[in-house]
Ligand binder design. Sequence first.
Ligand SMILES: *Cc1c(COP(=O)(O)O)cnc(C)c1O
Length: 398
Amino acid sequence: MDLKRVLDFEKKNLQEAFNRVLESGRYILSQEVASFEQSLSAYLNIRHCIGVSSGSDALLLSFLALGIKPAEKVICPTFTFFATAGSIARIGARPVFADSCPGCFQLPPFEAQSRIDSETRGIVPVHLFGQCADMDGFKEIKEKNDIFIIEDSAQAFGASLGDKKAGVLGDVGCFSFFPTKNLAALGEAGLVVTASDEIAYKLKALRVHGSFRQKYIHELIGGNFRMDEVQAAFLHVRLNAVDKLIEQRIKNALLYEQAFLSSGIAILCPDPCLCQTKKYEGLSHWDKDNYYPIYLPRSVRGRHTFNQYVIRIKKERDKLRDYLKDRGIQTEIYYPMPLHLQPCFSSLGYQKGDFPIAEKLSQEVMALPIFPGLTEEEIERVVKVICQFFGHPYKSLP
Ligand SMILES: *Cc1c(COP(=O)(O)O)cnc(C)c1O
């Protein structure tokens, strides 16, 4: 992944944005942030957008603003980035883990539902890799239970379900603008969105140490979660082109798919998406050896933005990864250890085998380069080298 490969049309505008901030003399939480927040409200079609210091802080602030208290439970997937559960634990609440869907990598609503009890205050569906979780299912759960839905949309800026964008489908939506995300800062930044005036007020207060209406009068105990002006200005430039950037990711995913399928080394993931079922079933392929060493990701709902292109390698993944690395191809494992097995969560009492799907996925997944600016030749080369590793002939794209 080459973050320096800024697209031509961005470069001049980013430099202009930097100069504007430099000359303004205002460097945090001022007019650039306010104007970026306004544009975000229009893009996401949501009443309140609150720019913050990072995606992790967006999650932390959300739990604080919702009034989730120590020892209360929040359900989240075990197969996600650490911050999803880390931020629950940091406010003193208890992460309750759940397994994943083998067809789409997301948290299935029935899995979350089965873990709700009287101490549960919220569920965090994560739109993993840029595709939405089954939010209709979570909406139904919310209608029957007094709980919050907090969307971890860090990887899914611009993804959508029907005519709604990821992040506006729950009580609160959290985004990250980490440099590898769909909307990428040149540093750290994040965002919380909500339709509720009351939650928005708390978020804005908590962002500045709980002193909002009157300087140095602290209504709440917050922290410093402010966004930099320069990041807001950069992000505003990219927001204006974000659909172009996302289209590039989608195009790259399609090229991978064509190159893999035409070479005959891979199939679209044969494990079914179980998000709309009531339990795990029909996993007949699950433990069988497959003729195909590679499973490709599928889009099963809405606009998949392909923040990551995550394939599953059915054998010798780590060897393949080294082989690619030696040939100058960078890959990443999202995520090698599910959160229920992390040392810092050992006191929660989970064990190996508790979440068999997540545990298996963590051994099979491998993310290929997909960033905007990656060329068709590079994509073909990645597939070619993977074919080489498995001793499989590669057929060039027409
Ligand atoms: C990136 C990410 C975060 C955290 O965002 P930061 O801006 O890096 O703090 C949280 N959740 C998920 C799923 C992420 O991918």
